[in-house]
Structures are given as C-alpha cells and as structure tokens.
Design a protein around this ligand. Structure first.
Ligand code: SF4
Length: 329
C-alpha cells in the first residue's frame, strides 16, 4: 500500500475543505471497498479524509412525504430501520441480499453507491489491460473471461457491471442523491448518478471528486404492498449478482396501475426497464403479461460469447420477481 496522509473531519464543510485542498484526496467512510483497492494498488489517494464523525447518520421522514437516508448510516441500520421495512421493503431486501452481515455493519449508504466494479481485471494491477483502471490500455475482459459482465449499455472500452444491490432498489424507487461541494448543494436523480462506460469508463458516476454525499432521498412510494428483490448468484451465502431484479407493482382493482423494474448485474449502472414498465400498465398480473415485459426489458441486449446466458436468466428472473411482487405465485 502506498503511504498517504490521514485527516479526520467532524463537519461537512471541514470535510469538503480537506478534499479540495488535497491532491487525489478521497473520503473515507466504511472503507470496505476503498481500503481493498488501496491494498491492491488499484487506487492510490495521497490523502484520506475520514468522515465517520460527520453527523450524517440520521434516517428520518421528509416533511411532505418520503424518507431521507443519511449518507453515513450503515447499511445494516438502514435495512432494519422500521420506516424502511414498512414503506420500502424492496430496499430492505436488496440491502440484505448484498455482502455479509459484517460488511453491512460497516458499509455506509453513500459508500454503497460509490463501490467500484469487481471485474477481476480491474481489481488486479497484474493484468495490464483495463481501460477503467488505466485508460487507453484496452479491456482484458472483452478478450478474456467475461461470464459475469454486461449485456446492456456496454461499450467497446468497458463491459463491467455495477456491483451494488442497494442501488438497483434505489433506481426502482426513484431515489435522489443529495450532495454538497464547494459550489453548494444539489440533487442528482439516481438515474443520472451512475454512468454508462462510453469512451470514459474510468469515470463511474456524475458525482464530482470534491462533492460529499449528504443523503439519499426516497419519494413517497405506492409500492410497499407489492414488491420483491430477487438476486441470482453463483453462491447463495455471499456473492455479487449474476442478475438481480427489483420489481414493484401498484395494484388497483386487480389490475396493474403502475410498476417499476430495475436490473442489476447486467450493466455498468442499475438498469431501469421503463418500456417494460409501460407495457404492464393497465394489465392483469399474470404470466403472459410478465413474460411480455421481460422480453421488452431485454430488447437490445448485446451479449458476448460467455455471458449470453444472462439474457434468458434475466427474463426468467424478471418474471419470477414480478410474480412474487404481485403475490400471484
Ligand atoms: Fe477494465 Fe472494464 Fe474491461 Fe473490466 S470490463 S477489464 S473494468 S475495462
């Protein structure tokens, strides 16, 4: 591990000031991903700004509706919070399907959004080709092993997938990320927070390097009664998704009034299937309806040789997740 300067900030402004004044400085919260990347030599910040004492751990109702999740609330505390369990069970399920209990006890909400891909070519600097780690070197996965990689929204430069489960549920629930930097505070809709790789796969998000995540804000949700997060993985105990689906239905007189479908494990960002959602509006919740939506959701998928199986897997996972969400199994 490279040597680095350590600073502790106890207030938002002090944390931002310490980032702005430090070349290649990074915020340190739970550190469950960043410290691994530093040990491997994938990231080499010259300064860590420890923000664990900044008061951003509250989970509280937003006046007028919705819920504010503090950026530094731990994933376990968020998943088990009574208001999350009652009004956003989809989010609770998604968080609890990620990582291990020990990691969830340490990992924060803001850090969860900022975790980096687990593409093995990215995680190990012994592999020379990785455009995300070293722009312009090529993509080792595209030419090598890519069984776990993207089938939607990828580019010639990068086919990595985003590893978060929590972010998939947040995409389905239409969350926003509240951030603050030297220019002040702003809201980033979750759909615009993570980026597709394009020609700059080294940039994962639209958060600026000097911006601090303050909270994740959830709008009021009509989906609490009918939602399900389904994660398919190689190892049930502890693994990243091959495919995951956050499915939510708003029912009215036995028909689907509105729906949300977001996929994980298939793209560089949580993948919202809005055309598939539109197909469900006004329909009866049955197998034929759900299969039509699943087919639409995978329209445009561009698999490589080793990950073509994800198309069928994703379709089946969507149908199953919608079936469980609708209580029609
Ligand atoms: Fe790097 Fe992306 Fe290719 Fe993986 S998929 S080797 S992260 S460029």
């Amino acid at each position: 591990m490279n040597s680095f300067e350590y600073k502790r900030a106890e207030q938002e402004q002090a944390a931002i000031d310490a980032i702005v004044s430090g070349k290649d400085a990074k915020f340190l919260a739970g550190g469950t991903n960043l410290i691994d990347l530093m040990k491997n030599g994938v990231q080499t910040p010259s300064r860590l700004v420890d923000i664990n004492r900044v008061p951003l751990t509250n989970i509280e109702a937003i006046p007028g509706g919705g819920l504010r999740l503090g950026a530094l609330a731990r994933n376990s505390d968020t998943a088990n919070h009574p208001l999350v369990r009652k009004n956003y069970p989809l989010l609770s399920q998604a968080i609890l399907s990620g990582a291990s209990p020990q990691l969830r006890n340490l990992a924060t909400n803001g850090g969860n959004l900022l975790q980096r891909t687990r593409c093995p070519y990215f995680m190990d600097p012994a592999f020379p080709k990785c455009n995300k780690r070293s722009p312009g070197t090529g993509c080792g996965a595209r030419e090598g092993i890519h069984r776990r990689h993207a089938i939607l929204g990828a580019s010639e430069q990068c086919i990595a997938v985003h590893p978060s489960d929590m972010a998939v549920a947040l995409a389905a629930l239409g969350a926003s990320v509240r951030v603050r930097g030297p220019k002040g505070e702003r809201m980033i809709p979750i759909a615009d927070f993570h980026r597709l790789p394009g020609t700059t796969p080294q940039v994962d998000t639209n958060l600026q390097p000097d911006e601090l995540i303050l909270s994740i804000d959830l709008p009021q949700s009509p989906y609490a009664a009918h939602s399900h997060y389904l994660k398919i993985r190689d190892r049930a105990s502890y693994d990243f998704a091959l495919v995951s689906v956050a499915a939510a239905l708003e029912m009215q007189s036995g028909s689907i009034k509105s729906s949300r479908i977001a996929l994980g494990g298939v793209a560089h960002k949580p993948w919202r299937a809005e055309k598939a959602e539109a197909l469900l509006a006004g329909k009866q919740p049955n197998a034929a309806t759900f299969e039509a939506a699943a087919t639409e959701a995978l329209n445009g998928a561009q698999p490589l040789k080793q990950n073509a199986y994800k198309i069928e897997l994703a379709k089946h996972t969507i149908v199953r997740a919608l079936t469980l969400a609708g209580g029609v199994a």
